[in-house]
Design a protein around this ligand. Structure first.
Ligand SMILES: *Cc1c(COP(=O)(O)O)cnc(C)c1O
Length: 388
C-alpha cells in the first residue's frame, strides 16, 4: 500500500534549512559550543504575574471544560481595550475580535476562510513561510512581492503583474517585518489600504512584533489608516510581546465578516484557546506598561553593542528599528548558504540563510537577539576572528 502524502503537502516548497539543521546537529555531536541565533524565540521566561494567573485559573473548574469558540468574553474585551489604548481604533469584542491558538494558527487558517482555488495570494518575499503554506493549502496561487532594501523592504504594488492582480484575493503584509526587521510608516499603510479598496482585495496584516521596538518608536497598526476596517484583518500575538511562545495565544481584529469567516473555519477544526491560557493573556494585556518596556530594554541593550560589533567586523548591517532580528548582507563573494555554512562550521554560530525566506532574501543572513549580551559579544568576537 502507498501511503504517500497528499498533493497539497507535496506542493509546499522544499525545506531550505535542512543543510543548516544537519550541520547544527553534527556540530553539537562534535561537542561544539554553539551560539544559536537561528530561531526567533525569546530566551527570557514568561513574566511571573502571568504565570501566577495560570496557576490560579487552573483551579477554576469552569476552565476545565471546552473553551468558548471565539474566546472568553473577558479575553476578547481585554484585547479590544488593549488595541484601542495602543492604536486608537476600537473593535467590538462580540464579532470583531477572535482568540487564536497563537497568531500562526490564525494566519495559516485564514486562506481557507476566504480563498477559492485559483485565486491569488500576494505574499512578501522574503517572508514568514506561513502565508505561502496557508495559501497553498487553500488551493490558492502564491504570487510573491519582492521586498527590496532600496525600497525600505516595502513591496512595490505597481510591480504586481496585471493578470495576477485581477485574480488577487488576499494581500499579506507583516510590519515590523520578519526577517528584515523593517517597519512601515503610516503613509505606506494608507497606500496599501487604498490599493486594496481600489482592487477589492482583502488586506491581512501580521503584527506579531508590535511591542518589540527600539528607540521609543512604537510601530503603527494598519487599522490606523482610514478605511482599513472595510478591507483588513490584523493578526496579533502575545508570544513575542510577553515571552509566551510556549503558551500559544494570540488574536485577530478586523472587519466583522472576515473575522467571522475565520471563526467558522476554526469552529470546524479546533476547540479554541485553553481558557486558563486566555487568563494569562488577560493578565499580560492588562499589565502596567513597565512590563513590556522592561522586555524592550533588554533587546535594546543587546542590539546596540551587537550592531556596533558587527560593523567593526566588517558586516554590512543596519540597526533594526523593531523586532528581534538582525538582517545583514553576506560578505562579497559569498552566498547566503555558503556564509551561514561557514559561520556554523568555523565559528560555531547558527544564523539563518536569507534565501530560506524566499528568493529575494538571497545575499542576506538573519540572526536573532534572543541570546544574552555576553553570548552576542562572543558571537561578534568569533565573526571578527573568522573574517580576520
Ligand atoms: C513568531 C511569528 C508569528 C507567530 O507567532 P505565534 O507564536 O504563533 O503567535 C507570526 N508572524 C511572524 C512574522 C512571526 O515571526
Amino acid at each position: 500500500m502507498d501511503f504517500a502524502v497528499s498533493q497539497r503537502l507535496k506542493a509546499l516548497p522544499p525545506y531550505l534549512f535542512i543543510e543548516i539543521d544537519k550541520k547544527k546537529k553534527a556540530a553539537l555531536e562534535r561537542g561544539v559550543d554553539l551560539i544559536d541565533l537561528g530561531v526567533g524565540d525569546p530566551d527570557l521566561p514568561t513574566p511571573k504575574p502571568i504565570l501566577a494567573s495560570l496557576a490560579k485559573a487552573s483551579l477554576n473548574p469552569a476552565n476545565h471544560q471546552y473553551p468558548l469558540g471565539q474566546g472568553l468574553p473577558a479575553f476578547r474585551k481585554t484585547a479590544a481595550d488593549w488595541f484601542a489604548r495602543r492604536f486608537g481604533p476600537r473593535f467590538d469584542p462580540n464579532g470583531e475580535v477572535l482568540a487564536l491558538i497563537g497568531s500562526k494558527e490564525g494566519i495559516g487558517h485564514f486562506p481557507l476562510a476566504v480563498m477559492d482555488p485559483g485565486q491569488v495570494g500576494l505574499i512578501p518575499d522574503p517572508g514568514y513561510p506561513v502565508y505561502n503554506a496557508g495559501t497553498l493549502f487553500a488551493g490558492g496561487e502564491p504570487v510573491f512581492m519582492p521586498l527590496l532594501e532600496k525600497n525600505g523592504y516595502l513591496p512595490d504594488f505597481g510591480k504586481i503583474p496585471a493578470a495576477k492582480l485581477k485574480r488577487a484575493r488576499v494581500l499579506w503584509l507583516n510590519y515590523p517585518n520578519n526577517p528584515t526587521a523593517a517597519t512601515a510608516p503610516l503613509s505606506f499603510f494608507k497606500e496599501a489600504v487604498a490599493f486594496c479598496r481600489r482592487h477589492g482585495i482583502i488586506l491581512a496584516h501580521d503584527m506579531a512584533y508590535s511591542e518589540v521596538y527600539y528607540d521609543g518608536q512604537a510601530p503603527h497598526s494598519v487599522m490606523e489608516a482610514p478605511g482599513a476596517r472595510e478591507v483588513a484583518i490584523e493578526f496579533h500575538s502575545l508570544s513575542k510581546t510577553f515571552n509566551m511562545t510556549g503558551w500559544r495565544v494570540g488574536f485577530a481584529v478586523g472587519r466583522r465578516d472576515l473575522v467571522q469567516a475565520l471563526a467558522s473555519v476554526k469552529g470546524n477544526l479546533d476547540s479554541g484557546v485553553v481558557s486558563a491560557i486566555q487568563e494569562m493573556g488577560i493578565t499580560g494585556l492588562n499589565a502596567p506598561a513597565a512590563l513590556t518596556a522592561g522586555i524592550r530594554k533588554v533587546y535594546q541593550e543587546r542590539r546596540d553593542p551587537f550592531i556596533a560589533g558587527l560593523k567593526q567586523a566588517g558586516i554590512k548591517v543596519k540597526a533594526p528599528k523593531a523586532a528581534f532580528y538582525v538582517w545583514a548582507r553576506v560578505p562579497q563573494g559569498e552566498t547566503s548558504a555558503s556564509f551561514c555554512g561557514r559561520l556554523l562550521d568555523q565559528a560555531g554560530i547558527v544564523a539563518t540563510p536569507g534565501n530560506g525566506f524566499g528568493a529575494s532574501g538571497e545575499g542576506y543572513f538573519r540572526m536573532t537577539l534572543c541570546a544574552p549580551k555576553a553570548r552576542l559579544a562572543q558571537a561578534v568576537a568569533r565573526i571578527k576572528a573568522l573574517r580576520g
